[in-house]
Design a binder for this molecule. Structure first.
Ligand SMILES: Cc1cc2nc3c(=O)[nH]c(=O)nc-3n(C[C@H](O)[C@H](O)[C@H](O)COP(=O)(O)O)c2cc1C
Length: 192
């Protein structure tokens, strides 16, 4: 069994998935792990929606792609260049090719709802890695349209859609900064 460092080193974003079913029990295990995360005032301001029906995934893809088309028309500068290098376009095939979509919502009336929810998502990503599953932390531009389509109450904010499946993406993991670049000891600028 891998330790946390090995899981974190191995995890990478995946945008292409194999046509192979995912055991929902594995997804539930990941949510069980993630909900152990700390949250401001222990508010646990998160809700999960698991979607596996192809028709529903396709409808979500259609809504997202409509938002993405508008978003891609407007973007410029460094984001535009970065997306081009990564070959990321308005097309989001992973939304209906991944066997499972896990949508994560935060409760807007809780304190620290965004910080807490994203911290929890970090736990979830490592749990997926432990199960040999992959995902992309997809943050669509038109959150409210998706929320309305799914009849989710307006006090919730869609934070992320996680398409979950087995990787069919052999790209390299993106590089990370060295510890010396990001971590100082005792004094700002002093290397550890
Ligand atoms: C808050 C957040 C938002 C992200 N949004 C998107 C997204 O909308 N679409 C996408 O393809 N990747 C998205 N990503 C994935 C990042 O591009 C990816 O994590 C980063 O390039 C590092 O690559 P790695 O995860 O393979 O190490 C997002 C990641 C985070 C943490």
């Amino acid at each position: 069994m891998s330790n946390i460092f090995e899981l974190a080193k191995k995890r990478k974003t995946v945008r292409k998935f194999k046509n192979k079913d995912v055991n929902i029990e594995d997804v539930i295990y990941c949510i069980e792990t993630a909900k152990e995360a700390p949250s401001g005032m222990n508010s646990q301001p998160w809700k999960f929606l698991i979607i596996t029906k192809h028709s529903e995934k396709s409808a979500i893809r259609e809504i997202c792609e409509r938002g993405e088309k508008k978003f891609h028309e407007k973007i410029k500068d460094s984001l535009r260049d970065w997306l081009k290098v990564k070959n990321i376009t308005w097309k989001k095939e992973f939304l209906d090719s991944a066997p499972v979509l896990l949508l994560i919502f935060s409760h807007k009336k809780s304190r620290y709802f965004i910080q807490s929810t994203w911290l929890m998502i970090g736990y979830l990503l490592l749990a997926l890695e432990e199960k040999g599953l992959s995902t992309v932390t997809y943050t669509p531009p038109n959150l409210d349209e998706i929320r309305c389509f799914l009849n989710v109450p307006s006090e919730y904010r869609l934070e992320v859609i996680l398409p979950i499946g087995y990787s069919d993406d052999d790209k390299e993991k993106e590089t990370r900064k060295s510890i010396d670049e990001i971590c100082f000891i005792e004094e700002w600028g002093r290397k550890s």
